[in-house]
Design a protein around this ligand. Structure first.
Ligand SMILES: Nc1ncnc2c1ncn2[C@@H]1O[C@H](COP(=O)(O)OP(=O)(O)OP(=O)(O)O)[C@@H](O)[C@H]1O
Length: 744
């Protein structure tokens, strides 16, 4: 394995080289662009098997500018989306992100999309006229035995028109999908840059606890995608039917005359009133509008409420997936609790869908009846009036006149047929456009729901105040001066009050105390994850302090990725660590067998399941040895490691010059430290700091000795119990166990 620097692009000589290129790209997800950008390597695409996509991070100045547009919403407004002024304001804020400039690719797509929408409407009118002409020519052939040339010409034109018509339809769908993808890309990049912000914001870490926003992953994935689809779809779903309504009505008015057109408008008005009167409150909270929204908007989506319901269900499933093994190990009946939780979520969802479906039956029946049938029937009546009441009457008796009159009558009949067929087609398209305009309102409500969700996410992220930056320490040291340690956003009293600790390099601190007294909380303040309630924190930069939690996080990727985390492959390449050095690190944590056992450094597995609890913790320590920070905060991260290996790892860390801050309940670890901080946990926020080797440490060791002696006394009891059991079994039992199973 030869580490590489810079880009992975190379001389792609042949298939083999290309294959290697792909493999490298799989490892090297991106390369630094030099100007702050990252060049993302996408395997499986591009001419050389790897496509390069340059990505620029969103500048902080942009976030600062946008912050004012995302004023926080009151909690009540988060759950009542509506098509009102608030929606317009929220949508405008999101559109700033989706369309950052007037002259952007998105605007261009929108323009081309609009052109095709207009073209589609114009073509519909031309097709309707042609339809009438073809039938007219056919009637002429049947009635006056015309030669049929007009009919054939019409048919040829029909086939020719079919080409731009079908092309236009496909382009409309294509451009809509393309626009949705562009909007989604813009929103996704923006939200991710904001969400995954580094110090001093660390929004991804704080958004749930301090921002009180649950299920952020749903917001930044499913909601962003649905919003982009909904917005792109709505544009076509509103613009096209509006155009259709205008153009078709103007075309029809030529046939219908003034009174007919007036009657058509009266028809629109009356039907709109009827539908408005029978439209239920689909989007009221808990109304199951999602199922209905998805249905009425042509099944394109599940609707906002539906999306929310499905999200809750997915979230519960995801939450349950992780502890399945521990649940089934703990007790099989615990499984029932889990089932209960699933079932409750499913039942809630299915009840809402059922309720929505009941409302829907009545509504859809009325809607279909009114728009499809009533509109068409009214339209038929209107276009039938000129046909029925402008009949040409025969008034003469002479033979020549009769023939001429018959020809005139036949022509008039053919003309009326043409006009009737064209109007009928326009009328059907009109009914369809009317229906779409009605549905567009529900699409708009769906968009309002999604807009509110995205707005809530972005306003919460924008308004998380930055964490106070630590005072830079003059020498590599960590110090807390009169610091109160409090849970952020919680009104409870501080866990620890007025804490004073100073740790120079080469000194080592152990933090101890009972469960829940605030040991990890102190570590969080030391690491800069929590702001201190009051007081001053001094520490070196983030790269100099590494935190190792009790449950080591196993990153998705190769074995190598597990060791170098939080670095990614490009940073590893830049650092230039060799395979031998990596092996040395694994040896220090007694994991040297892994590369051979797992098939090499680049084997990708679900490491969370592959490695045992102790192995995962040792991997956490391997990361410390790889990064060699000045300070390492070890939060009970060796609790599942055997004492001998634990001791060796501590010695190795100290030999590397890493200053340790250990959180542990194991008194045996005290000897690796120079200071012992004990948190009282009596509600007063009290603490004591002692130098190791003092009275305090001896008390700790005494406690451990007492605990071990207690366990030894239990052994005597167990031996006594074994003797009693042997007595009960009699000579046979004694014989069986006499084979060395218990005795000795
Ligand atoms: N994000 C949080 N929100 C609310 N309360 C919290 C949060 N984090 C910790 N706490 C509470 O703060 C207290 C101290 O937690 P902490 O994790 O520091 O305990 P600890 O001393 O490390 O315990 P243990 O030995 O069990 O790991 C606990 O009562 C815990 O419930």
């Amino acid at each position: 394995m030869a580490p590489r620097g810079g880009t992975v692009r190379g001389d792609c000589g042949g298939d083999e080289e290309r294959e290697k290129e792909r493999e490298r790209a799989l490892q090297q997800v991106y390369v630094e662009g030099g100007d702050g950008s990252k060049v993302l390597l996408v395997p499986g695409t591009g001419r050389e098997g790897v496509a390069e996509v340059r990505i620029y991070p969103t500048p902080q100045a942009r976030f600062d500018r946008d912050k004012a547009a995302f004023a926080p919403l009151p909690p009540s407004a988060r759950h009542k989306p509506n098509v009102d002024r608030a929606f317009a304001r929220q949508l405008a804020a999101l559109l700033r992100i989706a369309f950052p400039k007037i002259r952007s690719r998105e605007t261009l797509i929108l323009l081309v999309h609009s052109v095709f929408l207009v073209l589609r409407t114009v073509l519909s009118v031309v097709v309707a006229r042609l339809d009438g002409r073809i039938v007219r020519d056919l009637v002429s052939v049947v009635i006056v035995s015309a030669n049929g040339r007009g009919f054939l010409r019409g048919l040829g034109l029909w086939f020719l028109l079919a080409i731009p018509s079908t092309y236009t339809n496909s382009m409309i769908r294509h451009l809509q999908a393309r626009l949705a993808l562009r909007l989604r890309t813009r929103l996704t990049r923006y939200t991710h840059d904001l969400y995954l912000s580094s110090e001093p914001y660390l929004r991804y870490y704080r958004v749930a606890s301090e921002g009180a926003l649950e299920g952020v992953d749903q917001y930044i994935t499913a909601d962003v995608a649905s919003w982009a689809d909904s917005l792109a779809g709505l544009y076509g779903n509103v613009l096209k039917p509006m155009l259709d309504l205008t153009l078709f009505t103007s075309q029809l008015s030529r046939t219908l005359g003034f009174r007919g057109t007036l009657a058509l408008f009266v028809n629109y008005y009356v039907t709109a009133r009827i539908l408005r009167a029978v439209t239920p409150a689909f989007w009221s909270a808990g109304g199951g509008g999602g199922a209905l929204g998805g249905r009425v908007s042509g099944g394109r989506g599940t609707g906002w409420e539906g999306e929310r319901g499905d999200c809750v269900l997915r979230w519960r499933q995801a939450r349950a997936r992780y502890p399945l093994e521990s649940v089934s190990k703990a007790h099989p009946t615990r499984q029932l609790d889990l089932q209960g939780e699933f079932m409750r979520a499913c039942l809630q969802r299915s009840r809402r869908i059922m309720r929505a479906m009941q409302i829907r039956i009545a509504y859809e029946w009325t809607e279909d009846y009114v728009i499809k049938y009533l509109w068409s029937a009214a339209g038929y009546c209107l276009i039938a009036i000129p046909v029925l009441f402008t009949r040409t009457r025969s008034i003469g008796v002479q033979a020549g006149d009769a023939a001429r009159r018959r020809t005139t009558t036949d022509d008039a009949m053919a003309n009326r047929t043409e006009s009737y067929i064209s109007s009928r087609r326009l009328l059907l398209s009109l009914a369809d456009a009317g229906g779409r305009v009605m549905y567009a309102y529900k699409d708009l409500l769906e968009l309002a729901g999604l807009t509110t969700r995205l707005y809530t996410l972005l306003s919460t992220l924008h308004h998380l105040a930055p964490l106070p930056l630590p005072t830079p320490a003059p020498t590599p040291s960590i110090a807390l001066d009169a610091v109160d340690v409090c849970v952020p956003g919680a009104p409870a009293a501080p866990l620890v009050r007025g804490l004073d600790v100073r740790l120079e390099q080469g000194e080592h601190l152990m933090i101890t105390g009972s469960n829940g007294v605030g040991k990890t909380a102190v570590a969080r303040v030391l690491a800069g994850l929590w702001a201190p309630g009051c007081g001053r924190v001094s520490r070196p930069g983030r790269g100099e302090v590494v935190v190792v939690p009790q449950r080591a996080y196993m990153v998705a990727g190769s074995l190598l990725d597990q060791i170098i985390y939080p670095h990614a492959y490009p940073e590893y390449v830049k650092k230039g660590t060799t395979e031998a050095e990596l092996m040395e690190i694994l040896r220090a944590v007694h994991l040297e067998y892994l590369p051979a056992r797992e098939g090499g450094w680049f084997t990708r597995k679900e490491w969370r399941d592959v490695l045992s609890g102790g192995e995962k913790q040792r991997m956490g320590m391997a990361r410390v040895f790889y990064h060699r920070p000045k300070f390492a905060i070890l939060d009970e991260c060796t609790s599942a490691v055997s004492s001998d290996v634990e001791g060796r790892m501590y010695e190795h860390a100290k030999a590397l010059g890493i200053t340790l801050i250990t959180i542990s309940l194991r008194p045996a670890l005290t000897k690796y430290h120079t200071q012992l901080l004990t948190i009282a946990g009596d509600g007063s926020g009290g603490w004591t700091l002692a130098r190791v080797g003092t009275e305090e440490e001896r008390m700790g060791l005494d406690r451990e000795i007492g605990m071990l002696q207690g366990k030894l006394r239990e052994v005597e009891r167990w031996e006594e119990r074994v003797r009693v059991l042997k007595g009960l079994l009699g000579p046979e039992g004694t014989e069986g166990e006499g084979n060395g199973e218990v005795e000795g």
